[in-house]
Ligand binder design. Structure first.
Ligand code: NCD
Length: 305
């Protein structure tokens, strides 16, 4: 892997080898503490982030590399003076061996990769993709459900601009027997490209307008917040476009229906279910660090043979 731009890059085998390495790292992170010794890795974040930036940072440091970083790059980098993303990449690649990039434009990671001589790792590009999150999501599903085939998943919230959903679905549907139940307001349905992806991959796809019709035996409920910063002219109010899950509602689902969320949660997941063993969004976020360690490792050393 040179660049990590989109989940379109992945085949089933790539996921399996990445998850195998992630398992090894998670079991014994200290064994990898010098893997990227003498490397310098830059993180450039043009949008707010807690989990992605800090888990990439922790991954970099835990692999023994050094980190250079611009948080809030819109204000704190020369973007504020009008420098293009391409020029910033041309400069930073002279200082760093890889660049982790989050940016509000859908095509930012691709544009960066077109000029970059070092690997670009997409840490979220506009409303389109968030590949490292998609990877940690599917890794977490496998961790809890012990399989990736034959999963029935309910995706809820902002399916239009929720980039984590796009990346996750592109990966999960590489596996067999996937059933997707989508719940959102009409204005925030999945982008049209998914109709084709689902058709090509024999995915059973159903749209819903209420929590009540979601299958109670779903394997995963993947809840998301409304991406209010990305809404354009949908003419909807973020507060009324959410479908809220609380403990009472979760209890109508099976004992092995896991509730995931890329976080941050706003009002769409209430805190009364936090101690329910099916609420796995915090361990899900923690897996992000291990997945990112594995991604960085593969970025420099390739797949293990
Ligand atoms: C997500 C993102 O940035 O797309 N957050 C994350 O990286 N875990 C989800 C969100 O912001 O809603």
């Amino acid at each position: 892997m040179k660049h990590l731009i989109s989940c379109d890059q992945f085949k089933k085998d790539d996921l399996l080898s990445l998850f195998e390495l992630t398992d090894k790292i998670k079991k014994n992170p200290l064994a990898y503490s010098e893997a990227l010794k003498n490397k310098v890795i830059a993180t450039l974040f043009y949008e707010p982030s807690t989990r992605t930036r800090l888990s990439f940072s922790a991954a970099i440091v835990r692999l023994g590399a050094s980190l250079i970083s611009t948080e809030n790059a819109n204000e704190n980098s020369s973007a504020n003076k009008g420098e293009t993303l391409e020029d910033t990449i041309r400069i930073v690649q002279g200082y760093a061996d890889a660049i982790v990039l989050r940016h509000p434009d859908d095509d930012a990671a691709m544009r960066a990769a077109q000029v970059a001589t070092v690997p670009i790792l997409n840490a979220g590009s506009g409303g389109k993709e968030h590949p490292s999150q998609g990877l940690l999501d599917v890794y977490t599903m496998n961790e809890y459900k012990k399989r990736m085939n034959n999963l029935k998943i309910a995706v809820i919230g902002d399916l239009k601009y929720g980039r984590t959903i796009h990346s996750m679905l592109k990966l999960l549907t590489l596996f067999d027997g996937i059933e997707v139940h989508a719940l959102s307001v009409k204005e925030l349905e999945l982008p049209d490209e998914f109709n084709q992806i689902f058709k090509d991959r024999n995915v059973k796809y159903m749209k819903h307008t209420s929590m009540d019709t979601l299958p109670k035996n779903s394997d995963i409920i993947y809840q998301t917040r409304i991406q209010k910063e990305r809404l354009k002219n949908e003419g909807i109010n973020a507060a009324t476009a959410s479908f809220i899950i609380n403990k009472k509602l979760l209890d109508t689902f099976s004992a092995d229906t896991y509730l995931m969320h890329p976080l941050p949660r706003i009002e769409e997941v209430t805190t009364d279910l936090d101690n329910d063993p099916r609420a796995v969004f915090f361990p899900q976020a923690h897996n992000g660090m291990y997945i990112r360690m594995a991604l960085l490792h593969q970025c420099f050393y390739g797949k293990e043979k």
